[in-house]
Design a protein around this ligand. Structure first.
Ligand code: FES
Length: 58
């Protein structure tokens, strides 16, 4: 059974993990130059957000 997890990084992207390995980093700050993926722009944009996570078992 594979495990998919969405980790909402503090002040950063949504990390999509499959069986514990990061597959994608999705932008949630709105400033990425590589949307829908994180380009690192959140670090200079002043984006602030709490961390949390969501796990899906398939
Ligand atoms: S979250 Fe990283 S560029 Fe938006």
């Amino acid at each position: 059974m594979e495990k998919i997890e969405f980790e909402f990084a503090k002040d950063g992207p949504i990390l999509v993990k499959k069986d514990g390995k990061v597959e994608y980093a999705l932008c949630r700050c709105g400033h990425s130059t590589k949307k829908p993926f994180c380009s690192g722009a959140h670090m200079s944009s002043g984006f602030k957000a709490d961390s949390s996570s969501l796990e899906i078992k398939g």
